[in-house]
Design a protein around this ligand. Sequence first.
Ligand SMILES: *Cc1c(COP(=O)(O)O)cnc(C)c1O
Length: 351
Amino acid sequence: MSKFWSRVVHDLQPYVPGEQPRIADLVKLNTNENPFGPSPKVLAAIRAAAEDGLRLYPDPSALDLRQTIARHYGVSAEEVFVGNGSDEVLAHTFQALLKHDLPLLYPDISYSFYPTYSRLYGITAETVPLDADYSISIADYDRPCGAIILPNPNAPTGMALPLSAIETLLRNHPGQPVVIDEAYVDFGAESAVPLTKTYPNLLVVQTFSKSRSLAGLRVGFAIGQRPLIDALERVKDSFNSYPLDRLAQLGAIAAIEDEDWFETCRTQIITNRQMVTQALGERGFDVLPSAANFVFARHAAKSGAEIAAGLREKAVLVRHFNKPRISDHLRITIGTAEECERLIAALDAIL
Ligand SMILES: *Cc1c(COP(=O)(O)O)cnc(C)c1O
């Protein structure tokens, strides 16, 4: 604390990201990164971008990237907004679309950046409890509200809603913006992007960090009808004209274009997820059904904190949240087959 701080800084409760420690030979399964590197074509595009043009500012509207995303998802470039990671896209969304007189709704167990952004922008929020089985019940959102945001699949549970449930939510709230955060959608859920054609209240947010192996490049995007995208552009152009640098714009284009690489990595992660789910089940864990690149699991006998600490001693890092309802759960990112085997071996040594 300091007398030099503004009032707003005193009141902030910043988000705490998963650790990025420097431990030798670490099995890092704590921040849902993709264990496979990006496509060699992405690296070539980034290298070429670095060798040419860094003297100049990037395209402030990232038009080529927006056109590439638009073609891929069957929308127009005017319906695509891009930002420095989907966290930035979400931050602008909170400010541009989620602050109203009535409260913003999101699940009680969800992405922990939502309460952080709500406090940053002075948004009144109300949490909606997940069911006893940790699923989201759309009927629970039938209450007065100004807007709704949910991840699909949800994080950290990994559980997905079918598109029909998302459509019900959109129909029940024609007067409110509904944001679906699809950070993990490529690992097994249905994207709501096609619904943006029919529902003017829907904004879908995605990221290149997970399924496209580019957490280090910082690229995220949103798709929605023009009035919603226009609101995001107004905030962005009042904040930072150049959120995506030249390397990020060209690297992200190459990532979308290399479909084969994307499919191969994603399929391998889904296969490894089945392997980990089964192995955890055989060792006394209750594993929630995951449509993401992680599993959320609780052991019948040992506490989440104890297992996380034990794994850490064996240089296997997983995420543990010291929060009500989930303090005995572990969120475990799906790694390569070898990393999954090391996880299981470490668990066998602990349990
Ligand atoms: C990882 C994640 C994001 C943010 O990803 P970026 O790296 O900022 O693009 C957004 N929402 C959820 C639910 C996430 O798990």
